[in-house]
Each structure stands twice: as structure tokens, then as C-alpha cells.
Design a protein around this ligand. Structure first.
Ligand code: SF4
Length: 414
């Protein structure tokens, strides 16, 4: 029997997640369609890591975050927390309540997310007392510890939210999220309502707290700059789907999908020499998620769109990774995630197609020699899973849903 160590299971795993909101209309009100806010999204976040979710407003990234912490119910798909399917806990209120404390959220607007009629003591004490994290006689000590962790003075206890600046209010929001000793926090654009100087302070605070407390984060953001700063992995979303996914540095420095490239172009560069630099900014509006475009959803705005893009929705594929790495890393990921053997075989076939594209280069010959068969590697990986406790990293395979741009990059690299 293979024993999969707890450290090897992603803390959060999402499979084919969908969220459709009904649109009501007609004389006798009935459902006339659905807003497909999230439309088949899969990803995983390893313990202690940060996944950055980036995209334009309305692409569905906040909806994913809200579903992860239980504020929205998925229309379809699965969310696993530490290997447990959250939908199976819905009927067991006691267990669900326990799990809820482990999944917390920092909201975008630090003002409207704090009750203006309650002072900070009440805002922080109530959840701790309700969930029995602290007793009445110890709760004040706990609150003072939390305030110290987020860089606020103890005198803040008796004050109301309106008496604080935006950055201080966001620190209170972070303290509230931490008050229940969570393992996973969704940071829903936590800095977009703040001044630039304060943004850096809050991002640094989040990084420090993550390191200190071993937190796992989902960081939702508009701009690739801030998301890259805090993330180990990045997933780029467009109109309810992930279009590019992988290691943060790889995506930030060598984006493949045209949409990611456009997001990167929009990142301001604080260098006077870059003044007047020509940027190829995206034209047009994000599409309608009630009736998304056929084929690739990005095609109405994509400068590389072909006839095929207008008809066939592209699948996610590995981009330009050495064959051995692609095969090994993703087979490992699928084994760890407990997926079935069929999907592993399908992935091996994908890795073979990458191998074909790279064949002919000198370096490739060397890699082929030790790549071996996918199945043999899968067996090795299963062996390592049982033996290597320290192996908690996400494989970081760079994937993109754009065969055209992907093949361009492969050609550039050869
Ligand atoms: S598949 Fe790629 S090239 Fe085609 S429209 Fe989509 S992003 Fe553009």
C-alpha cells in the first residue's frame, strides 16, 4: 500500500469549478440565461505557497475566492481542502464550522468590510469567542498579540474603523482573518483600494506573516506586478477560464499567452528612460460572460487570432519545458492529486507531443536519452512520494491555452 504523506497533498485543490448566476427576465419572471462567472477552472495550491490569480475585472477571480471560503456555493466542480471534499461537509454543520475557521478571507475594501458600529475589540473578539479560539478572560491578550503582529498599537482596541487610515483598516482586516488561526487565506485584491506607498507595506506584511505562520495564500489581483511580488505560482484568468498557469517568475519574464503579454505591457515601469515607450495595449472590452465568444474566448481582442481560434476552444498545453521536466512534474502532480490513471496517460501523450516539437535539436537528444518512458517515471515518482517527506513544492509546469503563441515561443527557443 502506498502511503501519501500529508505534506504531499495540496492544501487546496480545485477541479473543474463552475459558478453560473441565473439571469431573470420576461413578463412571467423566469431564467433567460446564465452569467458564467467561472467556467471550468482547475488548480492546486501547495501548503505554504501563494497562488496569484490575475485578470481584468469581471473575469471571475473574486468569485473563485468566495467559493473557496464558502461564501458562494459552486454550481459544479469540486473544492478539496487538505484532501477533503468540502461539498461533503455541507450537511455536517459541526465539521463545516471547524473547517470554516481554517479558510479565511481578506476583503478588497477595508472600510466596508468592517462593521462601523463596533470598535476594534468587538470586531476581533466576537469571532474568537464564537469559535472558542479564546476564552473571555484571555481574549484581550490574544487581540493585543494580533494587533502587534499586524503592526498596530494596543490603543487601537477602543477605537472605531472610521478613526483609522486605509492602510490601518486593512491591517485590522488582516488581524481579523488571522484571529481564527487559519491555514488558508484568500486575499481578494487587498491593496487595490490603497495608496501605492501603503500597498508595498501591506504586501510586505502579508509575506512576513506567511513566512512566520506558514500560511497558504490565494492572492487575487488586477496587476501582474503586485501579484508576481507575492506569488510562487500565477494563474491568469480571462472570461471565467484560466488561460495561462505556472511558475510566477516564468510567467512574469516569459509570458506566452497574448492576454498575459498584454497584462504585462500594462505594468507601469518607474523609469524616466521608459517615458514615451510604445505599448501594445489591448483594444476592446472583456467579452460578455452570459454569451462568451465561440472558440478561444480571447479571439475578438487577440492580434494573432486565426480562423481556427474562432471555432475551436484551445486546450491547456505545456509550454517549452524540457520533456523530462514536463513529464515528471505533471505526472507527479497528478499522482499527488490522486487523479486516475487515464488522465496520467493523456498527459504522457501531451508530453510526447512536446518531445516531437523539440526533436532535432542537439540538447533534445541528450534529454531524450534519460527521459525514459512516462510510466517508468510515474512508478519512480510514486516511490518518491512514499519516501520523500520534504517534497512539497508545486511542480510549476508552465501551461497556456494558446497553441499558436505556444508554438511561436517553442520556435524562438530552438
Ligand atoms: S488561441 Fe491564442 S492566438 Fe488564437 S485567439 Fe486565442 S490567444 Fe489568440
Amino acid at each position: 500500500m502506498i502511503i501519501v504523506e500529508k505534506e504531499n497533498i495540496p492544501l487546496i485543490r480545485v477541479e473543474n469549478l463552475k459558478k453560473y448566476y441565473p439571469v431573470k427576465g420576461g413578463i412571467i419572471t423566469h431564467t433567460t440565461g446564465y452569467v458564467k462567472a467561472v467556467d471550468g477552472v482547475s488548480f492546486s495550491v501547495m501548503r505554504g505557497q501563494t497562488l496569484g490569480l490575475v485578470g481584468e475585472s469581471g473575469c471571475g477571480k473574486s468569485t473563485i475566492g468566495r467559493q473557496l471560503v464558502g461564501l458562494e456555493t459552486p454550481t459544479e466542480g469540486k473544492i478539496y481542502y487538505d484532501g477533503t471534499d468540502l461539498s461533503l461537509l455541507q450537511k455536517d454543520r459541526k465539521q463545516m464550522r471547524e473547517v470554516r475557521t481554517k479558510l479565511q478571507m481578506i476583503f478588497q475594501d477595508p472600510y466596508s468590510s468592517l462593521n462601523p458600529r463596533k470598535h476594534i475589540y468587538e470586531i476581533l473578539a466576537q469571532p474568537m469567542l464564537y469559535h472558542k479560539i479564546a476564552r473571555k478572560d484571555t481574549v484581550e491578550k490574544e487581540i493585543l498579540r494580533l494587533l502587534d503582529m499586524v503592526g498596530l498599537p494596543g490603543t487601537a482596541l477602543g477605537r472605531y474603523p472610521h478613526e483609522f487610515s486605509g492602510g490601518q483598516r486593512q491591517r485590522i482586516g488582516i488581524a481579523r482573518a488571522l484571529s481564527l488561526n487559519p491555514e488558508f487565506i484568500v486575499c481578494d485584491e487587498p491593496v487595490s483600494a490603497l495608496d501605492v506607498s501603503i500597498q508595498a507595506q501591506i504586501l510586505n506584511l502579508l509575506k512576513e506573516l506567511q513566512k512566520e505562520l506558514g500560511l497558504t495564500l490565494l492572492f487575487v489581483g488586477h496587476g501582474l506586478g503586485a501579484v508576481n511580488y507575492v506569488s510562487d505560482q500565477i494563474a491568469v484568468m480571462y472570461l471565467g477560464k484560466i488561460v495561462e498557469y505556472g511558475d510566477a517568475k516564468e510567467i512574469f519574464h516569459q509570458p506566452v499567452h497574448p492576454y498575459t503579454q498584454a497584462l504585462l505591457e500594462a505594468v507601469p515601469i518607474p523609469d524616466p528612460a521608459e517615458k514615451g515607450r510604445e505599448r501594445s495595449l489591448l483594444q476592446g472590452e472583456i467579452g460578455n460572460s452570459t454569451c462568451p465568444p465561440e472558440g478561444c474566448r480571447f479571439h475578438p481582442r487577440c492580434p494573432y487570432a486565426t480562423e481556427q481560434c474562432r471555432q475551436v476552444a484551445p486546450e491547456m498545453q505545456a509550454i517549452n519545458a524540457p520533456v523530462g521536466n514536463v513529464l515528471e512534474a505533471d505526472t507527479e502532480s497528478r499522482k499527488v492529486q490522486g487523479r486516475n490513471a487515464g488522465s496520467v496517460k493523456a498527459w504522457e501523450a501531451d508530453a510526447e507531443s512536446v518531445k516531437t516539437r523539440e526533436a532535432g535539436t542537439e540538447s533534445m537528444k541528450g534529454r531524450e536519452a534519460d527521459a525514459g518512458s512516462g510510466r517508468m517515471r510515474a512508478a519512480e515518482i510514486v516511490g518518491r512520494m512514499a519516501g520523500d517527506r520534504g517534497q512539497t513544492r508545486n511542480p510549476g509546469v508552465h501551461m497556456a491555452a494558446c497553441p499558436v503563441a505556444g508554438s511561436q515561443r517553442v520556435r524562438q527557443a530552438l
